[in-house]
Design a binder for this molecule. Structure first.
Ligand code: BGC
Length: 880
């Protein structure tokens, strides 16, 4: 491992920030009955749970203890600390441990494919995947993603994203996740994590927690809003919404075995997420039983000791207060904090063990794993190995141009592109298209971008067809099948006439084309992305829900000249359609929710009837923007914007139902070319169900495994003479003057109140296993229904189960909550039985006073249908 000469001076400066930490003030986690700090950080590997997953974790821990017990302090520190921005091939690179032949770990974005490389797939985004409502496909996509990451030598995939959840419909990164409902998002997360990890790549559940908008998500991006020393916003929520809405999908990811969790940029209830002991120690590692490691989002770490004692395990990309500063909060500072007694050695052991255990859990031995064969920073063959350093660093082969794609990824990207299409209007069954003679294609979103599909970095522009949003969740295209190209080739083979205009503002040409064709297809967009890029004045978050590029006018102009106008919306979320949706000349409307490289195939398949549409909306489309319960906070009225999630659990359809607001298209809605009938319902509480108010307590923690580590002499942590020292590269070593100045004093650090080091022996009552108390996942209720295809075409129905809870005096429930779904493919006249199992957690609410999930008493109603507003009462059951 290697060092920088300038570090000595810098470290002393950083120490002040590191050791003083940041504010830890109180907020509304609960009805003020809970403590807001939680110490110590739970040591991993202590679950007594016997689930298959937890037994696998136990094995992984054995291996991790074995290797970590052979490591020196400096080696453990290196495992926890990134080498700095652009200091290695990947967006995140840990320090290596040459003595043990342990390589630098490669961490790479992102949720829909490999960022910054080539010859990889651009998979459908989370939102498109959620819109398929197809669990098996979600899993296969995870596998295909994992295989591509593995082929490039990536150890850790920085995804899936399950936060933002979509509280605000304009939220810039909502499209990276699976939809605005914790249950749907949870299944997306669960299946994806399993798929990725089953092929041996570690998945990262991100961003924990309340990262619901881009504006002010981090201090560095909040400058220019009137405050000289801005802070990241604080998302403030109550304890119930935190568990039932925002943490729910993370619990599912952990229950699937997620090896890593990324803590968010923003603060949660006034404390930075990455140094929030209540969030990381209490909720994540105790209540959700998380056994893997917490990495910071890139520069989300804002303190040293405070972050470590609060439960953060790895610093990414390793730099400190600002981007590429080369001045770490961990690395040498962690070495120092161990030597001066601020951070106990067991905690550093636990950080290292957790990191290794996650890799062993997925049967990845980094020592024998493919090494990264690409560079995130260039596509040429040879370049600097550490391009972020102002020093001269080694030069060599950085790109081997490995084609990561497989037949599986080809199949999955194509299938999801088709299955995710949501048909929301189809007047008089106009679609699928029959006997077209003259077609016009109108709108820039139908065609290519003049600079090519990768013409804007990180897809930070909206030109041509829109197959993904922008930011770290974007990927380079090896090809992009635009709708125009695919449909044009059809015109060639099927013999219909086709003409087009890609100018969104040339309404005259649009009119001429519309008049001259028997069907006119208008392509429109709405885009968003990550806050580090502003596109057409949208700082990550969308400024509004209107169509971009003159969309409304283009549509109404075409519709006024052609009574078979079809609208294709390529969008990152809900858009306002009120200007034209009821226009009778608009015969069909199709939603394409950022479906990746095969967007053109997906659209064409559905328009021409090669596939029967089976996507369903993973969010509510409102009639008015003001109908939504929350919006992005765009203005900064204090140094630290306070985002009060005062709508609590009532996000998306829960709000529309509660306030009796008629949506334009409800959550779960989507049309088919055939018809289905859902019938023969039955709902039953299992006769042997344990219906106690709270789940039985989980087993106690086993005693912590301590590795008998001892502190080295400070002089042994000094930079070795024979090591190259590159500027800004982040090393674990101290300078000799730092080493000389160290005094060991366990009481010197100004710890937050309540800090202690005594490990709990009893888990949180809702914890005790990965993802939570195993009894929360016991099946209590079984529901079945029959679904039949009553039309003339084969197709797939998404059968959805919604639950209504009993009336309780002091607890308000949503009118309905999604608690099950299955996608069923049926031939004409075929019927099939659908089974749903509801768990104790599905039936419970989180009681902040009891600090646990509680099974309410009274009558429950179960609705089974094909959207959140289809009202077929399937049955009732009661719990006394
Ligand atoms: C994003 C993360 C991403 C990381 C690394 C951050 O800006 O919020 O989602 O994984 O960068 O690129």
């Amino acid at each position: 491992m290697i060092l920088t000469p300038s570090l000595a001076l810098i470290i002393t400066g950083v120490l002040v920030a590191t050791l003083t930490g940041r504010t830890h003030s109180a907020r509304i986690y609960s009805n003020s009955t809970q403590k807001l700090e939680s110490f110590p950080s739970p040591i991993g590997g202590r679950l007594s749970s016997q689930t298959e997953l937890d037994l696998a974790w136990a094995d992984a821990y054995e291996q991790a203890w074995d290797l970590v017990s052979q490591m020196t302090l400096l080696e453990k520190v290196n495992l926890t600390s990134g080498t700095g921005w652009e200091m290695g091939p990947c967006v995140g690179n840990t320090g290596e441990i040459p003595r043990l032949n342990f390589p630098s770990l490669c961490l790479q974005d992102g949720p829909l494919g490999i960022r910054f490389t080539e010859l990889n797939s651009v998979f459908p985004a989370g939102l498109a995947t959620g819109a398929t409502w197809n669990k098996a496909l979600m899993y296969t996509r995870g596998q295909a993603l994992g295989q591509e990451f593995k082929a490039k030598g990536i150890n850790v995939l920085l995804g899936p994203s399950m936060g933002p959840l979509g509280r605000a419909p304009e939220g810039g990164r909502n499209w990276e996740g699976f939809g605005t409902d914790p249950y749907l998002q949870g299944i997306g997360a669960y299946e994806t994590v399993q798929g990725i990890q089953d092929v041996g790549v570690v998945a990262t559940a991100k961003h924990f927690l309340l990262n619901e908008q881009e504006h002010f998500r981090q201090a560095a991006e909040s400058s220019g809003f009137g405050y000289s020393d801005p802070m990241a916003y604080s998302g403030n929520t109550d304890g119930r919404a935190l568990r039932e809405i925002y943490a729910w999908p993370f619990a599912e990811a952990i229950r699937a075995g997620a090896g890593a969790v990324m803590c968010a940029y923003n603060a949660v209830n006034d404390t930075q997420a990455c140094e929030n002991s209540y969030l990381l120690n209490h909720i994540l590692k105790d209540e959700l039983g998380f056994q893997g490691y917490v990495m910071s989002d890139w520069l989300a770490q804002r303190s040293g000791v405070n972050s470590v004692i609060a439960g953060m395990d790895m610093s990414m990309p390793g730099d400190g207060e600002s981007w590429a500063d080369g001045i770490p909060f961990l690395a040498a500072n962690l070495t120092l904090a161990a030597l001066n007694g601020s951070i106990p050695l067991w905690r550093i052991d636990d950080m290292a063990v957790r990191i290794l255990a996650a890799h062993y859990l997925v049967k990845q031995n980094p020592r024998n794993y493919t090494k990264p064969n690409f560079s995130s920073w260039t596509l040429v063959d040879n370049d600097d190995l550490y391009p972020g350093s102002p020093s001269k660093t080694p030069y060599g082969l950085v790109n081997q141009h490995v084609d990561a794609r497989s037949s599986l990824s080809r199949r999955v990207t194509r299938q999801i592109a088709t299955e995710s299409m949501v048909l929301v209007k189809n007047q008089n069954s106009y679609l699928p298209l029959k006997s077209v003679k003259r077609m016009s294609i109108i709108g820039s979103a139908a065609g290519p971008f003049s600079l090519g599909p990768n013409g804007c970095e990180n897809r930070g522009c909206n030109n041509g067809t829109l197959a993904t949003g922008w930011g770290s969740g974007s990927v380079n295209y090896a090809y992009l099948a635009t709708p125009f190209e695919v449909i044009n080739m059809r015109a060639f083979s099927e013999g219909f006439g086709i003409d087009y205009s890609f100018d969104d503002y040339d309404l005259d040409s649009a009119t001429v084309l519309a008049e001259a064709s028997d069907v006119a297809i208008v392509f429109v967009t709405s885009d968003s992305g990550e806050g580090f890029l502003t596109v057409e004045d949208n700082l990550g978050d969308r400024n509004d829900l209107d169509l971009w590029h003159n969309g409304d006018e283009l549509i109404t102009t075409v519709a006024s000249s052609n009574n078979n106008t079809i609208v294709v919306i390529e969008s990152v979320g809900g858009v306002n359609m009120e200007a034209w949706i009821d226009n009778e000349n608009i015969t069909a409307v199709l939603y394409a929710l950022v479906p990746g490289q095969d967007i053109g195939f997906g659209i064409s398949d559905v328009l021409f009837g090669d596939a029967n549409p089976s996507g369903r909306l993973p969010f509510t489309v409102a009639r008015n923007k003001s109908d939504y319960p929350a919006t992005v906070e765009y203005t900064m009225t204090s140094r630290q914007p306070q985002l009060n999630f005062s709508e609590g659990i009532f996000i998306d359809y829960r709000h529309f139902d509660r306030e009796s607001i008629e949506p334009r298209y409800e959550f779960g809605f989507g049309m088919s070319y055939t018809t289905f009938e859902i019938s023969n319902f039955s709902v039953e509480l299992s006769s042997d169900a344990n219906t106690d108010l709270e789940a039985p307590l989980p087993g106690n923690y086993s005693n912590p495994t301590l590795l008998n580590s001892s502190l080295p002499n400070a002089t042994d942590t000094v930079y070795p003479d024979d090591i190259p020292r590159y500027k800004k590269f982040i090393y674990p070593y101290l300078t000799s003057s730092e080493a000389d100045g160290i005094k060991y004093d366990e009481d010197a650090y100004p710890y937050p109140s309540g800090y202690n080091t005594t490990q709990k022996s009893v888990p949180h009552p809702a914890g005790g296993a990965s993802g939570g108390n195993p009894a929360l996942f016991d099946y209590l209720v079984n529901a079945t229904a029959q679904v039949g295809n009553t039309g003339n075409l084969s197709g797939a129905e998404v059968v959805q189960l919604y639950l209504s809870y009993p009336d309780l005096l002091n607890v308000e429930f949503p009118v309905k909550s999604l608690r099950g779904f299955e996608k069923i493919s049926l031939q004409p006249n075929e019927t099939s039985t659908v089974q749903f199992w509801l768990t104790r957690k599905d039936l419970s609410y989180f009681d902040v006073v009891r600090d646990n999930w509680v099974l309410p008493r009274g009558n429950f109603s179960v609705y089974i249908g094909n959207s959140s507003r289809s009202n077929a009462l399937a049955g009732r059951f009661s719990i006394d």
